[in-house]
Design a protein around this ligand. Structure first.
Ligand SMILES: *Cc1c(COP(=O)(O)O)cnc(C)c1O
Length: 393
């Protein structure tokens, strides 16, 4: 079905065509590593790109392609590249766009490993890097150098919830011929379309909102133009970071309910954020949907909603954080986010415990900071769970 001129929900359900067999309503799982050519000529044409036939699953697979096409349409891009994980998407983009003597400007508080692989690995290959607060456009202007090739933005950031103006940041970068890449994991295409706002490539950890059911790890990249698509796709294929057909099947199934899941999660998140903001044991709450969020107006302009990630600070520091973690029952004590189930995490004692307190504070990760991924359960139950856990502080 041609979904080009249809609404977002119709695209969610129907985008991503495949050649159907036996009237199958859903894209089948083509669980095969390789594809037989009809004859030598057909094989030659496939390799020369003169035929759109499949060759080998690391290069392409019909189940994966259906998901890639759906994502490309939802993000308004030229094409999608599905990957084995979100980090595989990030690495493929870096691999394609960076090299000896090249420079990347990156949001300082991006997803840990997105920064880690630059500092740990790409630095060894002679890549230069500057980490800044990209929500401050002046810092972007000052950080771009002669050899800058990439501006890498995450918005909102994790777990500090800073929001970067994608349109303005892209204008600045493009004046210097810099490619703009946006990690859109926290918003999903339902809430934010970076390519429409001016970015050149968008990527997701589909592990989060897009799959939404905490049962798949995966990633995807969508580029605006064909040239960049080919460049990144080649790096992904050489790195071997492809998505598996079964992963693609599950993810495409999750994708179809993206908007109804996000609507419910956001509705719950707003209630939870308001509850927290009025709680005596809570120092501060960061949720883009609250008027108190420093970039609430920008969030309203750039996003169609505020997603369901909340960071809040407990009075009583690390001890208070541990008490809450040990006493929640409905919220699962787990990393990751964006699933139907509510998850809670305490960075100071968990994901960021390896950092010194000083380094954490510098990154805005205070001892009492709790990260909360609001699910689609009943809001009253989520709030009651938090309330009884905080009573124990
Ligand atoms: C989880 C996450 C990633 C990495 O994705 P994986 O699927 O875990 O490899 C990248 N960016 C953001 C914002 C994330 O939340």
């Amino acid at each position: 079905m041609d979904t080009k001129n249809k609404g977002f929900n119709t695209k969610l359900v129907h985008a991503g065509a495949y050649e159907e067999h036996f009237g199958s309503v859903v894209t089948p799982i083509y669980q095969t590593s390789t594809f037989a050519f009809k004859n030598a000529r057909h094989g030659a044409d496939c390799f020369a790109g003169k035929s759109d036939g499949y060759i080998y699953t690391r290069i392409g697979n019909p189940t994966v392609k259906a998901f890639e096409d759906a994502m490309a349409e939802l993000e308004h891009g030229f094409g999608g590249i599905a990957t084995s994980s979100g980090m595989s998407a990030v690495s493929s983009v870096y691999m394609a766009l960076l090299g000896q003597g090249k420079h990347i400007v990156c949001s300082a508080s991006v997803y840990g490993p997105s920064r880690g692989i630059l500092e740990r690995d790409f630095s060894r290959f002679g890549v230069e890097m500057t980490f800044i607060d990209t929500s401050d456009l002046e810092q972007i202007k000052n950080a771009i150098k002669e050899n800058t090739t990439v501006l890498y933005i995450e918005t909102p950031t994790n777990p500090t919830m800073q929001i970067t103006d994608i349109e303005k940041a892209s204008e600045i970068a493009h004046k210097h011929g810099v490619t703009v890449v946006v990690d859109n994991t926290f918003s999903s295409p339902y809430l934010q379309n970076p390519l429409v706002l001016g970015a050149d490539a968008v990527l997701h950890s589909i592990t989060k909102y897009i799959n939404g059911h905490a049962d798949v790890v995966g990633g995807v990249i969508v580029t605006k133009e064909e040239e960049l698509f080919k460049k990144i796709k080649a790096s992904m294929v050489y790195l071997g970071g492809n998505m598996d057909p079964h992963q693609a099947f599950l993810t495409h199934r999750g994708l179809k309910t993206l908007s109804i899941r996000m609507e419910k999660a956001e509705e719950n998140a707003m209630k939870v954020a308001e509850f927290l903001e009025n709680h005596p044991k809570v120092d501060w709450v960061l949720y883009p949907g609250l008027k108190s969020h420093p970039q609430h107006e920008l969030a309203k302009k750039q996003m169609k909603g505020f997603s369901s990630m909340i960071s809040f600070g407990l009075k009583g520091g690390i001890e208070a954080g541990i008490t809450v973690m040990d006493n929640v029952h409905l919220a699962a004590l787990a990393v990751s986010l964006g699933g139907v189930e509510t998850l809670i995490q305490h960075p100071a004692s968990m994901t960021h415990a390896g950092m010194s307190k000083e380094a954490r504070e510098k990154a805005g990760i205070t001892d009492g900071l709790v990260r909360f991924s609001v699910g689609i359960e009943n809001a009253e139950d989520i709030i009651e769970d938090l309330k009884q856990a905080m009573d124990k502080i």
